[in-house]
Design a protein around this ligand. Structure first.
Ligand SMILES: [Zn+2]
Length: 103
């Protein structure tokens, strides 16, 4: 595990977010060839978020399965459907459904 970022809490969160964004873009790159590695990256990104008590922005949240913590790629291992008042994400890895409300 990487050591903590220096600086104030606010600065740490910004750095942590940048790190998560970086990790997830790597996951995206390797997904086609090495889906296992992409999942590892997704788990790592989640750990960083937990460590800094970050609320993941929606664009990151929907890339990590809430059940199996796998890396999700829409159209590949993630099915997205919209229903009345919420979006339904269906993870093809663990076959679980996540519902996300939107306003
Ligand atoms: Zn899943």
């Amino acid at each position: 595990m990487r050591k903590k970022f220096k600086g104030t809490k606010g600065q740490q969160k910004i750095l942590a977010l940048a790190e998560i964004s970086d990790i997830l873009s790597k996951a995206e790159e390797v997904f086609d060839e090495k889906p296992d590695l992409a999942d590892k990256y997704a788990k790592k990104a989640r750990r960083v978020a937990l460590k800094y008590k970050l609320k993941l922005p929606l664009k990151f949240k929907r890339r990590i399965c809430k059940n199996c913590y796998g890396f999700l790629v829409p159209g590949k291992n993630l099915r997205v459907r919209t229903r009345k008042g919420h979006i339904v994400y269906y993870c093809l890895n663990c076959k679980k459904i996540m519902r996300v409300g939107y306003k």
